[in-house]
Design a protein around this ligand. Structure first.
Ligand SMILES: Cc1cc2nc3c(=O)[nH]c(=O)nc-3n(C[C@H](O)[C@H](O)[C@H](O)COP(=O)(O)O)c2cc1C
Ligand SMILES: Nc1ncnc2c1ncn2[C@@H]1O[C@H](COP(=O)(O)OP(=O)(O)OP(=O)(O)O)[C@@H](O)[C@H]1O
Length: 308
Protein backbone atom coordinates (compact mmCIF):
# COMPACT_ATOMS: atom_id res chain seq x y z
CA UNK A 1 0.00 0.00 0.00
CA UNK A 2 1.30 3.47 -0.91
CA UNK A 3 0.92 6.33 1.56
CA UNK A 4 0.93 9.84 0.10
CA UNK A 5 1.22 13.04 2.14
CA UNK A 6 0.64 15.23 -0.91
CA UNK A 7 -2.00 15.09 -3.61
CA UNK A 8 -0.53 14.82 -7.11
CA UNK A 9 -2.48 14.57 -10.35
CA UNK A 10 -3.36 10.98 -11.22
CA UNK A 11 -3.53 9.59 -14.72
CA UNK A 12 -5.70 6.58 -13.87
CA UNK A 13 -9.39 6.60 -12.81
CA UNK A 14 -9.47 5.19 -9.25
CA UNK A 15 -12.39 4.41 -6.96
CA UNK A 16 -12.19 6.54 -3.82
CA UNK A 17 -13.49 6.28 -0.23
CA UNK A 18 -13.67 9.48 1.83
CA UNK A 19 -13.59 9.80 5.62
CA UNK A 20 -11.49 9.79 8.77
CA UNK A 21 -12.38 6.17 9.67
CA UNK A 22 -11.43 6.12 13.35
CA UNK A 23 -12.10 2.55 14.49
CA UNK A 24 -12.88 0.93 11.16
CA UNK A 25 -16.26 0.02 12.63
CA UNK A 26 -19.13 -1.85 10.93
CA UNK A 27 -20.23 1.30 9.05
CA UNK A 28 -16.73 1.91 7.70
CA UNK A 29 -16.39 -1.78 6.79
CA UNK A 30 -19.50 -1.50 4.61
CA UNK A 31 -17.94 1.43 2.71
CA UNK A 32 -14.83 -0.60 1.87
CA UNK A 33 -16.89 -3.65 0.88
CA UNK A 34 -18.94 -1.55 -1.55
CA UNK A 35 -15.77 0.13 -2.84
CA UNK A 36 -14.17 -3.27 -3.55
CA UNK A 37 -17.34 -4.62 -5.18
CA UNK A 38 -17.44 -1.67 -7.58
CA UNK A 39 -13.71 -1.28 -8.25
CA UNK A 40 -13.43 -3.60 -11.27
CA UNK A 41 -9.87 -3.17 -12.55
CA UNK A 42 -9.44 0.28 -10.98
CA UNK A 43 -7.20 1.15 -8.04
CA UNK A 44 -8.85 1.29 -4.60
CA UNK A 45 -7.97 4.58 -2.95
CA UNK A 46 -8.78 6.24 0.39
CA UNK A 47 -8.60 9.95 1.04
CA UNK A 48 -8.25 10.71 4.74
CA UNK A 49 -6.56 13.01 7.23
CA UNK A 50 -3.57 12.48 9.47
CA UNK A 51 -5.05 14.66 12.20
CA UNK A 52 -8.74 14.77 13.07
CA UNK A 53 -10.46 18.02 12.01
CA UNK A 54 -11.74 18.33 15.61
CA UNK A 55 -8.15 18.75 16.80
CA UNK A 56 -7.82 21.95 14.77
CA UNK A 57 -10.86 23.26 16.64
CA UNK A 58 -8.92 22.74 19.88
CA UNK A 59 -10.72 19.57 21.02
CA UNK A 60 -8.48 16.97 22.66
CA UNK A 61 -9.98 13.91 21.00
CA UNK A 62 -8.49 10.51 21.83
CA UNK A 63 -8.77 7.85 19.16
CA UNK A 64 -9.92 4.25 18.89
CA UNK A 65 -6.99 3.67 16.52
CA UNK A 66 -3.62 5.39 16.43
CA UNK A 67 -2.51 6.64 13.02
CA UNK A 68 -0.32 3.62 12.37
CA UNK A 69 -3.13 1.25 13.38
CA UNK A 70 -5.54 3.12 11.10
CA UNK A 71 -3.09 2.72 8.21
CA UNK A 72 -2.86 -1.03 8.93
CA UNK A 73 -6.65 -1.27 8.61
CA UNK A 74 -6.64 0.51 5.24
CA UNK A 75 -4.16 -2.09 4.05
CA UNK A 76 -6.19 -4.96 5.51
CA UNK A 77 -9.25 -3.68 3.64
CA UNK A 78 -7.43 -3.85 0.31
CA UNK A 79 -6.73 -0.14 -0.17
CA UNK A 80 -3.83 0.35 -2.57
CA UNK A 81 -3.18 4.10 -2.18
CA UNK A 82 -3.93 6.21 0.90
CA UNK A 83 -3.86 9.98 0.81
CA UNK A 84 -2.86 10.73 4.40
CA UNK A 85 -3.19 14.49 4.44
CA UNK A 86 -2.50 17.11 7.10
CA UNK A 87 -5.78 18.89 7.93
CA UNK A 88 -4.63 22.51 7.94
CA UNK A 89 -6.36 25.89 8.31
CA UNK A 90 -6.15 26.20 4.54
CA UNK A 91 -7.91 22.87 4.09
CA UNK A 92 -10.53 23.83 6.65
CA UNK A 93 -11.38 26.92 4.64
CA UNK A 94 -11.64 25.14 1.31
CA UNK A 95 -15.04 25.70 -0.24
CA UNK A 96 -17.09 22.56 -0.98
CA UNK A 97 -17.07 23.08 -4.75
CA UNK A 98 -13.31 23.63 -4.79
CA UNK A 99 -12.84 20.35 -2.91
CA UNK A 100 -14.87 18.49 -5.52
CA UNK A 101 -13.29 20.18 -8.52
CA UNK A 102 -9.65 20.46 -7.45
CA UNK A 103 -9.20 17.38 -5.29
CA UNK A 104 -11.68 14.79 -6.50
CA UNK A 105 -11.85 15.67 -10.22
CA UNK A 106 -8.64 17.44 -11.26
CA UNK A 107 -6.15 15.68 -8.97
CA UNK A 108 -7.54 12.28 -7.96
CA UNK A 109 -9.60 11.87 -11.15
CA UNK A 110 -12.07 9.72 -9.19
CA UNK A 111 -14.31 7.55 -11.37
CA UNK A 112 -16.38 6.54 -8.36
CA UNK A 113 -16.63 8.00 -4.85
CA UNK A 114 -18.11 6.04 -1.92
CA UNK A 115 -19.19 7.86 1.25
CA UNK A 116 -21.54 7.27 4.15
CA UNK A 117 -24.94 8.86 4.69
CA UNK A 118 -23.59 11.55 7.07
CA UNK A 119 -20.42 12.53 5.21
CA UNK A 120 -19.77 16.28 5.29
CA UNK A 121 -16.99 18.31 3.70
CA UNK A 122 -15.82 21.77 2.71
CA UNK A 123 -15.78 25.03 4.68
CA UNK A 124 -18.05 24.84 7.76
CA UNK A 125 -19.03 21.32 6.62
CA UNK A 126 -21.43 22.89 4.12
CA UNK A 127 -21.24 19.97 1.71
CA UNK A 128 -23.08 16.71 2.41
CA UNK A 129 -23.22 13.33 0.69
CA UNK A 130 -26.31 14.19 -1.35
CA UNK A 131 -24.69 17.38 -2.68
CA UNK A 132 -21.43 15.55 -3.38
CA UNK A 133 -23.18 12.93 -5.49
CA UNK A 134 -25.21 15.46 -7.41
CA UNK A 135 -22.10 17.46 -8.34
CA UNK A 136 -20.03 14.37 -9.16
CA UNK A 137 -22.75 13.17 -11.53
CA UNK A 138 -22.60 16.58 -13.27
CA UNK A 139 -18.93 15.80 -13.91
CA UNK A 140 -19.91 12.38 -15.29
CA UNK A 141 -18.55 10.50 -12.27
CA UNK A 142 -20.25 7.86 -10.16
CA UNK A 143 -21.07 8.22 -6.50
CA UNK A 144 -22.52 5.79 -3.93
CA UNK A 145 -23.93 6.79 -0.52
CA UNK A 146 -24.05 4.03 2.09
CA UNK A 147 -27.18 3.88 4.24
CA UNK A 148 -26.61 4.04 8.01
CA UNK A 149 -25.28 0.75 9.38
CA UNK A 150 -26.88 -0.04 12.72
CA UNK A 151 -26.32 -2.47 15.57
CA UNK A 152 -29.28 -3.25 17.83
CA UNK A 153 -31.20 -0.35 16.28
CA UNK A 154 -28.42 2.15 17.04
CA UNK A 155 -26.46 3.85 14.26
CA UNK A 156 -22.80 2.87 14.59
CA UNK A 157 -20.36 5.79 14.80
CA UNK A 158 -16.82 6.50 15.98
CA UNK A 159 -18.11 9.04 18.52
CA UNK A 160 -20.58 6.55 19.99
CA UNK A 161 -17.93 3.82 20.22
CA UNK A 162 -15.45 6.20 21.90
CA UNK A 163 -18.12 7.03 24.50
CA UNK A 164 -18.89 3.35 25.05
CA UNK A 165 -15.20 2.62 25.64
CA UNK A 166 -14.86 5.55 28.04
CA UNK A 167 -17.93 4.23 29.92
CA UNK A 168 -16.44 0.72 30.13
CA UNK A 169 -19.17 -0.69 27.88
CA UNK A 170 -16.65 -2.87 26.09
CA UNK A 171 -19.01 -5.59 24.88
CA UNK A 172 -21.20 -3.18 22.93
CA UNK A 173 -18.17 -1.26 21.64
CA UNK A 174 -16.67 -4.53 20.38
CA UNK A 175 -19.92 -5.55 18.69
CA UNK A 176 -20.01 -2.22 16.83
CA UNK A 177 -16.32 -2.42 15.92
CA UNK A 178 -16.60 -6.00 14.67
CA UNK A 179 -13.40 -6.89 16.55
CA UNK A 180 -12.06 -6.52 20.10
CA UNK A 181 -10.98 -3.00 21.07
CA UNK A 182 -7.22 -3.16 21.65
CA UNK A 183 -4.31 -1.19 23.03
CA UNK A 184 -0.79 -1.84 21.75
CA UNK A 185 2.07 -1.07 24.07
CA UNK A 186 5.57 -1.77 25.24
CA UNK A 187 6.11 -3.61 28.53
CA UNK A 188 7.92 -1.39 31.00
CA UNK A 189 9.12 -1.92 34.55
CA UNK A 190 6.53 -1.41 37.33
CA UNK A 191 7.07 -0.98 41.07
CA UNK A 192 7.31 -4.72 41.67
CA UNK A 193 4.48 -4.62 44.25
CA UNK A 194 2.38 -6.94 42.11
CA UNK A 195 4.97 -9.68 42.43
CA UNK A 196 4.88 -9.30 46.24
CA UNK A 197 1.10 -9.54 46.15
CA UNK A 198 1.40 -12.80 44.23
CA UNK A 199 0.07 -11.26 41.00
CA UNK A 200 2.93 -10.08 38.80
CA UNK A 201 1.74 -7.62 36.16
CA UNK A 202 3.00 -6.37 32.83
CA UNK A 203 2.96 -2.56 32.94
CA UNK A 204 2.19 -1.12 29.51
CA UNK A 205 3.51 2.08 27.94
CA UNK A 206 0.83 3.14 25.46
CA UNK A 207 0.27 5.86 22.85
CA UNK A 208 -1.03 9.10 24.37
CA UNK A 209 -3.51 9.54 21.50
CA UNK A 210 -5.26 6.26 22.29
CA UNK A 211 -8.65 6.27 23.99
CA UNK A 212 -8.57 4.50 27.36
CA UNK A 213 -11.48 2.61 28.94
CA UNK A 214 -12.74 4.00 32.25
CA UNK A 215 -10.85 3.13 35.44
CA UNK A 216 -11.54 -0.47 36.35
CA UNK A 217 -10.72 -4.12 35.99
CA UNK A 218 -11.27 -5.91 32.66
CA UNK A 219 -11.13 -9.38 31.16
CA UNK A 220 -8.56 -9.15 28.38
CA UNK A 221 -6.55 -11.17 25.91
CA UNK A 222 -2.85 -10.41 25.78
CA UNK A 223 -0.98 -11.17 22.58
CA UNK A 224 2.75 -11.70 23.10
CA UNK A 225 4.96 -12.96 20.25
CA UNK A 226 1.82 -13.85 18.24
CA UNK A 227 0.50 -16.05 21.08
CA UNK A 228 -2.78 -15.23 22.79
CA UNK A 229 -3.13 -15.48 26.59
CA UNK A 230 -6.04 -14.83 28.92
CA UNK A 231 -5.30 -11.92 31.20
CA UNK A 232 -6.92 -9.56 33.68
CA UNK A 233 -6.18 -5.89 33.34
CA UNK A 234 -6.37 -2.92 35.66
CA UNK A 235 -6.80 0.53 34.14
CA UNK A 236 -6.33 3.17 36.82
CA UNK A 237 -4.20 5.02 39.32
CA UNK A 238 -3.66 2.15 41.82
CA UNK A 239 -5.12 4.20 44.71
CA UNK A 240 -4.30 1.53 47.31
CA UNK A 241 -0.56 1.86 46.75
CA UNK A 242 -0.06 5.16 44.97
CA UNK A 243 -0.99 8.84 45.28
CA UNK A 244 -0.42 9.90 41.67
CA UNK A 245 -3.31 10.44 39.31
CA UNK A 246 -1.62 9.37 36.11
CA UNK A 247 -3.48 6.49 34.49
CA UNK A 248 -1.62 3.20 34.29
CA UNK A 249 -2.52 0.05 32.41
CA UNK A 250 -1.23 -3.22 33.78
CA UNK A 251 -2.19 -6.77 33.12
CA UNK A 252 -1.80 -10.03 35.00
CA UNK A 253 -1.42 -12.78 32.41
CA UNK A 254 -2.82 -16.07 33.68
CA UNK A 255 -0.35 -18.96 33.80
CA UNK A 256 2.51 -16.88 32.42
CA UNK A 257 5.92 -16.52 34.06
CA UNK A 258 8.22 -15.17 31.37
CA UNK A 259 10.11 -11.86 31.53
CA UNK A 260 9.04 -9.68 28.61
CA UNK A 261 10.33 -6.18 29.44
CA UNK A 262 10.69 -4.08 26.30
CA UNK A 263 8.45 -6.31 24.20
CA UNK A 264 5.56 -5.02 22.12
CA UNK A 265 2.28 -6.57 23.23
CA UNK A 266 -1.37 -6.16 22.30
CA UNK A 267 -4.15 -6.04 24.88
CA UNK A 268 -7.63 -6.88 23.62
CA UNK A 269 -10.45 -5.79 25.92
CA UNK A 270 -13.28 -8.32 26.30
CA UNK A 271 -15.44 -7.25 29.25
CA UNK A 272 -15.62 -4.92 32.23
CA UNK A 273 -15.50 -6.62 35.65
CA UNK A 274 -15.60 -3.87 38.29
CA UNK A 275 -14.53 -0.32 39.16
CA UNK A 276 -11.09 0.33 40.60
CA UNK A 277 -11.22 0.79 44.41
CA UNK A 278 -9.01 2.06 47.21
CA UNK A 279 -8.56 -0.80 49.67
CA UNK A 280 -7.71 -0.48 53.38
CA UNK A 281 -4.79 -2.86 53.08
CA UNK A 282 -2.71 -4.76 50.54
CA UNK A 283 -4.27 -7.96 51.92
CA UNK A 284 -7.77 -6.68 51.01
CA UNK A 285 -6.53 -5.81 47.50
CA UNK A 286 -4.97 -9.27 47.20
CA UNK A 287 -8.24 -10.95 48.28
CA UNK A 288 -10.18 -8.93 45.70
CA UNK A 289 -7.75 -9.76 42.88
CA UNK A 290 -8.10 -13.46 43.80
CA UNK A 291 -11.86 -13.08 43.39
CA UNK A 292 -11.39 -11.24 40.07
CA UNK A 293 -9.23 -14.07 38.75
CA UNK A 294 -11.73 -16.69 39.95
CA UNK A 295 -14.45 -14.76 38.11
CA UNK A 296 -12.44 -14.79 34.86
CA UNK A 297 -11.68 -18.51 35.18
CA UNK A 298 -15.33 -19.26 35.89
CA UNK A 299 -16.36 -17.22 32.85
CA UNK A 300 -13.87 -19.13 30.70
CA UNK A 301 -15.10 -22.51 31.96
CA UNK A 302 -18.66 -21.59 31.05
CA UNK A 303 -17.55 -20.34 27.64
CA UNK A 304 -15.79 -23.68 27.04
CA UNK A 305 -18.87 -25.66 28.06
CA UNK A 306 -21.06 -23.68 25.65
CA UNK A 307 -18.66 -24.29 22.80
CA UNK A 308 -18.93 -28.12 23.04
C1 LIG B 1 -6.66 -7.63 38.35
C2 LIG B 1 -6.15 -6.40 39.06
C3 LIG B 1 -7.01 -5.60 39.78
C4 LIG B 1 -6.56 -4.48 40.45
N1 LIG B 1 -7.44 -3.72 41.16
C5 LIG B 1 -6.99 -2.66 41.88
C6 LIG B 1 -7.87 -1.88 42.68
O1 LIG B 1 -9.10 -2.07 42.68
N2 LIG B 1 -7.34 -0.87 43.41
C7 LIG B 1 -6.01 -0.59 43.40
O2 LIG B 1 -5.60 0.31 44.11
N3 LIG B 1 -5.15 -1.27 42.61
C8 LIG B 1 -5.59 -2.30 41.87
N4 LIG B 1 -4.73 -3.03 41.11
C9 LIG B 1 -3.38 -2.53 40.92
C10 LIG B 1 -2.42 -2.98 42.00
O3 LIG B 1 -2.37 -1.99 42.97
C11 LIG B 1 -1.08 -3.12 41.29
O4 LIG B 1 -1.14 -4.20 40.41
C12 LIG B 1 0.05 -3.33 42.23
O5 LIG B 1 0.21 -2.20 43.01
C13 LIG B 1 1.33 -3.65 41.48
O6 LIG B 1 1.80 -2.56 40.76
P1 LIG B 1 3.26 -2.63 40.09
O7 LIG B 1 3.22 -3.63 38.98
O8 LIG B 1 3.50 -1.22 39.58
O9 LIG B 1 4.23 -3.02 41.14
C14 LIG B 1 -5.18 -4.15 40.42
C15 LIG B 1 -4.31 -4.95 39.65
C16 LIG B 1 -4.76 -6.07 39.00
C17 LIG B 1 -3.81 -6.91 38.19
N1 LIG C 1 -22.97 3.72 10.60
C1 LIG C 1 -22.55 4.11 9.39
N2 LIG C 1 -23.15 3.67 8.28
C2 LIG C 1 -22.73 4.07 7.06
N3 LIG C 1 -21.72 4.90 6.85
C3 LIG C 1 -21.07 5.38 7.92
C4 LIG C 1 -21.45 5.02 9.25
N4 LIG C 1 -20.64 5.65 10.11
C5 LIG C 1 -19.80 6.39 9.36
N5 LIG C 1 -20.05 6.24 8.04
C6 LIG C 1 -19.34 6.86 6.94
O1 LIG C 1 -17.97 6.52 7.00
C7 LIG C 1 -17.17 7.59 6.48
C8 LIG C 1 -16.16 7.98 7.50
O2 LIG C 1 -16.86 8.63 8.54
P1 LIG C 1 -16.23 9.14 9.86
O3 LIG C 1 -14.79 8.84 9.89
O4 LIG C 1 -16.68 10.53 10.12
O5 LIG C 1 -16.93 8.11 10.90
P2 LIG C 1 -18.12 8.35 11.89
O6 LIG C 1 -18.38 7.06 12.56
O7 LIG C 1 -19.28 8.98 11.17
O8 LIG C 1 -17.45 9.38 12.89
P3 LIG C 1 -18.10 10.45 13.87
O9 LIG C 1 -18.74 9.72 14.98
O10 LIG C 1 -16.91 11.27 14.29
O11 LIG C 1 -19.09 11.22 13.04
C9 LIG C 1 -18.13 8.72 6.16
O12 LIG C 1 -18.36 8.73 4.79
C10 LIG C 1 -19.37 8.38 6.97
O13 LIG C 1 -20.53 8.90 6.41
Amino acid sequence: MNIYNRIRKRNDIPVVALGFFDGFHLGHKKIFEVLALNAGQQKKVAFTFKNHPDRLLGLDVKYILTNSERLEFFEKYGIEDVYFIEFTDEFMQMDKDRFIREILIEKLNAGLVVVGYDFTFGYKAEGNSEYLCRRLKDYGRQCIVIDPVTYNHQVVSSTLIRNLIMDGNIQLANSMLGYNFFINGIVKKGNRIGRKLGFPTLNIRFDKDKIIPKRGVYVTNTIIDSRRYISITNVGVNPTVSKTNSIKIETHVLDFEEKVYGKKIKLEFIDFIRDEKKFESLQDLKNQIEKDIAYVKDMLCRATVYRH
